[in-house]
Every structure is written in structure tokens, then in C-alpha cells.
Write a protein that binds this ligand. Structure first.
Ligand code: IPE
Ligand code: IPE
Ligand code: MG
Length: 259
């Protein structure tokens, strides 16, 4: 990613925001991944159809993109539609796809102006044609240099991604000796993107639902009961704060603090 120049005032605002919430600006996660969950329950709590929850979830997406920009997170991956989500009623699936297109149409200019680069992981071929076209035209307007990589996991599942990688490795005639972690990662859809340090799942569910199984190997998980349409900057900041108070050991022993 090329460097995006921030103004002094923007840098000061960032520092003020982080310090006021007890977040250490020098230990920010570079990559945060979010399983946006609970739209259906949010709507049901209000006696509304599930799609009402999805519509309101868009405001939360806006809020986390803004929060990522304000806090200096460089990569934000949002799980928007899993390969298993095709099992939902066809009206709900169609409404989700429409919502994706209308949101992209509405937000592209703003994203571009803010230095957000949009990309996707997932099998786009199976998405409706208008979604594919809109995703492509939004990505064509990606600004350079940019400030934030916004990665949408769309028709994504980790098992699909891993199997695709294995197929491509076989196609390329890679030999047994050449197989290692680094090489394998280069075949994943997230090649070149650092693994998320923090994964947030909303709505009180404690599972991965086929999301980034490889990439989350050493990620810290933050589960919150907040339903996705209620998720705002304060929740995002709370997750980062929680992350910074974890001890990441990577198989080692606790840090010695009392030398
Ligand atoms: C997340 O909310 C949105 C998608 C998976 C697309 P849900 O629609 O899963 O909401 P709940 O889990 O049924 O409440
Ligand atoms: C995971 O949420 C998928 C997305 C957020 C896109 P689901 O609501 O589909 O997950 P399960 O079915 O409860 O595990
Ligand atoms: Mg759900």
C-alpha cells in the first residue's frame, strides 16, 4: 500500500481519539476482520422482516469504515455473505444482493474521497450479474494512494478458499518439496494481506462459520452480544481496547515483566 498523507490536524484527531479511549496508538491492529451477525434478530425484536435488519446494518458498515479510517486500521475485512447463506429464503438472498448494489452505487464516491480501496474475497461468479458489474466499476475507481483496504467477503467460505488453493497448486505443478506455509498462503484469496490480529463477531454467537480458518490461526477473538445494526464506533474501539489487553503468546511463555 502506498502511503497516504494525513494532515497534522487529522493525526492529532486520531491521537486524541485513541488516547481518550485508553488505546495505545503504537499497538494498533493492522487488520480487523468482522463477522457481522444479528441483523435478523434485530429486526425480529422490532416486529419487522429480516431484511429490515440488513438495511439497518448498512449504517453499521459505514460506522466501522469511518472508525477504521479514524483509528488508522489499514485492512478491514467484512464477512457479508457466506457460501452457506444461499440456504436462506430466495427473497432474502435477492434483497441482500440488491442492497449490495444500491449501497455500492450510493457510497462509491464517498469511499473514493476518503481513500478507501475496495476489494473482495469469494466466488463472485455465482453472484447476480449486476452485483458483479457494480463491484467491478467500484473497484475501478479505487484511489491510489489509499488509506484503508476494505475487503468484502462475498460468497466466501474458508473451505471453498482452501480447496481452490489446493486445485491451483496442483494445476501449477508445485512439487512436494516446494510446499510450505508461505507458498500456500500465496494461493489464498488473501495473498499479500496480513492476517487479522483481531476478529470481532457480533450478536453473541461464538463460532467462526467457515470464515478465514487459515488466517485466524493466531488471531484474538472479540465476541460481543451487540447485534450488528447497533454496532457503532464505541463498540469498535472497545474491541481494540480488549485486543490490546490480551497477551499474545504464539506458543511461547508469558512475557517476563518483573526482571
Ligand atoms: C448477518 O445477520 C447478515 C448476514 C449473514 C448476511 P443475520 O441475517 O445472520 O442475522 P441473525 O443471525 O439471523 O440474527
Ligand atoms: C455468518 O453469519 C456469515 C456472515 C456474517 C456473512 P451466519 O448468520 O450466516 O452464520 P451461522 O449460520 O449463524 O453460523
Ligand atoms: Mg446470523
Amino acid at each position: 500500500m502506498s502511503d497516504f498523507q494525513m494532515t497534522e490536524a487529522e493525526m492529532q484527531d486520531r491521537l486524541d481519539l485513541l488516547l481518550s479511549t485508553g488505546i495505545n496508538p503504537n499497538e494498533m491492529p493492522k487488520h480487523i476482520a468482522i463477522i457481522m451477525d444479528g441483523n435478523g434478530r434485530w429486526a425480529k425484536n422490532r416486529g419487522e422482516e429480516r431484511i429490515f435488519g440488513h438495511l439497518n446494518g448498512v449504517e453499521s458498515v459505514r460506522a466501522v469504515v469511518e472508525a477504521a479510517l479514524q483509528t488508522g486500521v489499514r485492512y478491514l475485512t467484512l464477512y457479508a455473505f457466506s457460501t452457506e447463506n444461499w440456504n436462506r429464503p430466495k427473497e432474502e438472498v435477492a434483497a441482500l444482493m440488491d442492497l449490495l448494489v444500491t449501497t455500492l452505487v450510493k457510497e462509491t464516491e464517498d469511499l473514493k474521497g476518503k481513500g478507501v480501496c475496495l476489494s473482495t474475497i469469494g466466488d463472485l461468479k455465482a453472484l447476480p450479474k449486476d452485483c458483479q458489474v457494480q463491484l467491478k466499476s467500484t473497484a475501478e475507481l479505487n484511489p491510489e494512494p489509499h488509506r484503508l483496504d476494505l475487503i468484502l467477503a462475498l460468497n466466501y467460505s474458508s473451505k471453498w478458499e482452501l480447496i481452490e488453493a489446493v486445485k491451483d497448486i496442483i494445476k501449477d505443478g508445485v512439487t512436494e518439496d516446494e510446499v510450505n506455509s508461505e507458498m500456500f498462503e500465496s494461493y489464498l484469496k488473501t495473498a499479500g494481506i496480513p492476517d487479522p490480529e483481531l476478529m470481532i463477531r457480533t450478536s453473541g454467537e461464538h463460532r467462526i462459520s467457515n470464515f478465514m480458518l487459515w488466517q485466524l490461526a493466531y488471531t484474538e477473538f472479540h465476541f460481543t452480544p451487540v447485534l450488528w445494526p447497533d454496532f457503532r464506533r464505541e463498540h469498535f474501539l472497545a474491541a481494540i481496547y480488549d485486543f490490546q489487553n490480551r497477551e499474545r503468546r504464539f506458543g511461547g511463555v508469558p512475557q517476563q515483566t518483573d526482571k
